[in-house]
Design a protein around this ligand. Structure first.
Ligand SMILES: [Zn+2]
Length: 266
């Protein structure tokens, strides 16, 4: 009795949110044209993507820095891309944070690193985005805006940062998100580590790679860049990393290569 009352309340809340955050048809169509990797989906998935995008907009708080003004088109573009990885996992995976901060350009973060001799080196790192534990997620708007074009290089800053959110939701960022019961932890770790080693060798040898060489920094970065490619350039990712592609299909419960035609390199 209590459970059915609770479900009814949840459904009413969700319907109210969908009404509050309804995305106009023309804005949704423009978003799909600008980011083609969003639209190559079966009709049921396409409808679910739009529904979850509205709910995402209702649950998250957007803010801008540097005089940038947030438009509906920007918020929908970010929300739709962020929703894609959790299309079958559910928005609850993102409950661990609320804020999204949009920057007018790439960000520069001051970093320091200690070398083997104990000497601390300071340097600047340019970031297109950053996901902090507990939030917020920060994004460079020019990088988000270019996502339709940069898909051919497997690059997508929103998916990258939200892959980190999924990873961090299960504890430390280590490339191991909360896995479904039918995907053994050992299989995930073994596959990810093996593919990461092969990838690092290719990067070290200066060989071309489908995945962004940035992924060679650490296993959690490898998971994030591989997730980008999985969603926006799935056929080439599947060809170069078939085993990794297979475990990603089981984790994300999607098979983007089936729905998506090959992307053209500019
Ligand atoms: Zn990263």
């Amino acid at each position: 009795m209590i459970r059915s009352w609770w479900r009814g309340l949840q459904a009413r809340r969700e319907n109210a949110a969908l009404e509050r955050r309804a995305i106009p048809d023309d804005l949704w169509k423009r978003t799909l044209v600008r980011y083609p990797f969003l639209q190559r989906r079966a009709p049921a998935d396409a409808a679910e993507l739009r529904r979850l995008t509205s709910l995402f907009l209702d649950r998250k708080e957007f803010s801008c820095t540097g005089g940038l003004r947030l438009t509906d088109a920007m918020a929908v573009a970010i929300a739709a891309q962020a929703t894609l990885p959790v299309l079958r996992l559910g928005l609850d995976r993102y409950d661990c944070f609320v804020g999204i901060v949009v920057h007018p350009d790439a960000m520069v973060a001051r970093r320091s690193q200690q070398d083997e001799d104990g000497v601390v080196h300071e340097y600047d790192e340019t970031l297109a985005g950053e996901a902090m534990e507990g939030g917020p997620v920060t994004l460079s708007w020019p990088d988000v805006r270019r996502a339709g074009h940069s898909a051919a290089q497997g690059y997508n800053v929103v998916i990258h940062e939200f892959a980190h959110v999924l990873d961090m939701a299960s504890g430390a960022a280590n490339g191991v998100p909360a896995l479904p019961p039918d995907l053994p932890l050992q299989l995930w770790q073994h596959t990810l580590s093996r593919e990461y080693e092969i990838f690092m060798q290719r990067v070290d040898q200066g060989q071309p790679t489908v995945l962004d060489p940035y992924g060679a920094h650490a296993e959690e970065e490898f998971f994030a860049v591989a997730s980008e490619s999985f969603f926006v350039d799935p056929l080439r990712m599947q060809k170069e990393h078939p085993d990794l592609y297979g475990v990603f299909c089981r984790f994300y419960r999607q098979n983007p290569a089936v729905d998506q035609p090959p992307t053209r390199r500019p």
